[in-house]
Design a protein around this ligand. Structure first.
Ligand code: SF4
Ligand code: SF4
Length: 387
C-alpha cells in the first residue's frame, strides 16, 4: 500500500514580540496536525517536550523561545485539551528552573500548565524495527494521550543540525545520555540510529519547529542567533526534519541518510507559506568521509578517526574555568589544570558534549588539516558523480 505523504506546514513569523502573529503562525501549522489526529485534541492530555538546553541570558537561542512555548501551550488548551504539561530533562538546570529564568512560570501556572523534570526512567518497549534493544527512556510520556515535540532549529557540532528527532534525546536520563555517548559516540551513524530508535518508540503525534530565530555556528549551546522568520509543523518528526533541513542549507544530513537506509523516511509535501532556502552557517562538521561509508578495519578506522575528525579546541580568552565541560565529558577526557580545561585527545570520542554545554562558547570543534583535504576530495567526487 502506498503511504500518503505527510503534510509539513510552514508559516511566516518575523519575531516573537507580536504574540498575536506568533500565535497565529503556531495555530496554522498545528491545524493540519490536529486535523490528522484521530478525534482531535478535545479532552486529551498533551505533553509538550520543548528543547530547553540551558537558559543563560535573555533571548538565549539555545532554547525554544519562551513566547513560542507559551503560545504552543495556549493553542492546545484553546483547541480543547483537558491538560497540557511541559516536561524536559535539561542536562544542567531543571526544567522548572529554566522556566522561572525565562520569566514565564506565573503565566504558565495561571493557565494550569504543569512544568516538571522527567524523573522516572525505564527500559522502553521498542518496536520491531529498532536497532538497539536497551534504551531507557522517561516513562512519563506514556501517561499522556499525545506528545508534542517542540524543537529549536540549531546547528549541532556532532549531528550538524538539531531539529525534532534530535530533540527527543532529552527523554534519555542524564547518566544514560553519557552512556550512549560512550557506547556509540565514536560512530555518528550509530548515534543517528539510536536517535531514530527513540523517534520510533515515542512517535510524537505533534511536532513544532521554532525557526523564528535559529542558532548558527558554534551550536547547539553557544552559536549565534540568526533570524529565519518561520514556524513549521508536521505530525511526523522525521518528515518535518527532512522537509526543513534543506531550507536551512543542509541537503545531506547524516540522520536523514540513516533513516533513508533503514526505510524510515515517509514521503512529505510542503504546505503553507514555505520560506526560501537560507543556509545557516554550519559548525566545522565531523565530515562525511569520516563517518565513513568507507569499509575500513575498526582499528584503522579508530586511528584515522582520531587523526582526522574535528577536535574540540579551547579559546582561553572566553573560558572562565567553571569546570562544566569537565563534568559533562562522558569518557572523562578533560581535566581542569590551573583553572583551565586540558584535553586528553587520544581518549576523546569527539562527542562535543563539552562544546554543547560550555556556557561561554569557549570550545569549538576545529577542523583538522586532513579533514580539510578529505572534504575537498569529497566535494570533487560529489561534483563528478553526484550524491
Ligand atoms: S571551557 Fe567553558 S565549560 Fe569549560 S571551564 Fe571553560 S568556561 Fe567552563
Ligand atoms: S573532550 Fe569533549 S569532545 Fe572529547 S570526549 Fe570529552 S566531551 Fe566529548
Amino acid at each position: 500500500m502506498t503511504q500518503s505523504p505527510v503534510r509539513t506546514a510552514y508559516a511566516r513569523c518575523a519575531s516573537y514580540r507580536d504574540r498575536r502573529l506568533l500565535r497565529a503562525a503556531i495555530e496554522q501549522v498545528l491545524a493540519v496536525q490536529i486535523e490528522d489526529f484521530p478525534g482531535g485534541v478535545s479532552g486529551k492530555r498533551i505533553m509538550l517536550k520543548p528543547n530547553l538546553l540551558a537558559w543563560r541570558r535573555e533571548e538565549d537561542v539555545a532554547c525554544v523561545h519562551p513566547a513560542f512555548l507559551l503560545e504552543s501551550a495556549r493553542a492546545f488548551l484553546d483547541a480543547g485539551a483537558s491538560e497540557v504539561a511541559i516536561l524536559e530533562n535539561p542536562a544542567v538546570q531543571t526544567a522548572p528552573a529554566i522556566i522561572r529564568s525565562m520569566g514565564i512560570a506565573d503565566e504558565l501556572a495561571a493557565m494550569n500548565v504543569r512544568v516538571a523534570n522527567f524523573e522516572h526512567f525505564e527500559k522502553a518497549s521498542l518496536p520491531a524495527n529498532a536497532r538497539f534493544r536497551n534504551l531507557e527512556l522517561a516513562r512519563e510520556y506514556l501517561d499522556f494521550d499525545a506528545v508534542c515535540d517542540i524543537a529549536k532549529a540549531k546547528t549541532h557540532g556532532m549531528m550538524t543540525l538539531t531539529l525534532c528527532v534530535k530533540n527527543l534525546f532529552g527523554l534519555v536520563g542524564g547518566s544514560g545520555r553519557m552512556g550512549w555517548h560512550l557506547a556509540v559516540g565514536r560512530d555518528f551513524a550509530m548515534f543517528a540510529d539510536m536517535l531514530l530508535d527513540i523517534y520510533l518508540t515515542v512517535r510524537p503525534r505533534f511536532n513544532l519547529l521554532d525557526a523564528v530565530v535559529c542558532m548558527e555556528g558554534n551550536g547547539p549551546g553557544s552559536g549565534a542567533p540568526t533570524p529565519r522568520g518561520f514556524v513549521a509543523g508536521a505530525s511526523d518528526a522525521l518528515a518535518l526534519d527532512a522537509s526543513s533541513a534543506p531550507l536551512l542549507g543542509v541537503e545531506d544530513l547524516l540522520l536523514l541518510r540513516s533513516a533513508e537506509r533503514r526505510g524510515l523516511l515517509t514521503p512529505f509535501l510542503y504546505a503553507g507559506d514555505v520560506p526560501e532556502r537560507n543556509p545557516l552557517l554550519l559548525p566545522d562538521p565531523p565530515g562525511m568521509l569520516t563517518e565513513w561509508g568507507v569499509p575500513l578495519p575498526p582499528f584503522l578506522k579508530d586511528r584515522l578517526r582520531n587523526w582526522i575528525i574535528s577536535k574540540p579546541l579551547l579559546d582561553p580568552e572566553k573560558c572562565v574555568g567553571c569546570g562544566l565541560c569537565v563534568k559533562m565529558c562522558p569518557p572523562q577526557s578533560l581535566k581542569l589544570e590551573d583553572g583551565r580545561p586540558v584535553f586528553d585527545l587520544p581518549n576523546c570520542i569527539r562527542c562535543y558534549c563539552c562544546q554543547e554545554h560550555c556556557p561561554k562558547g569557549a570550545i569549538v570543534p576545529k577542523k583538522t588539516l586532513p579533514m580539510r583535504g578529505l572534504e575537498r576530495f569529497e566535494s570533487c567526487v560529489r561534483f563528478l558523480f553526484g550524491k
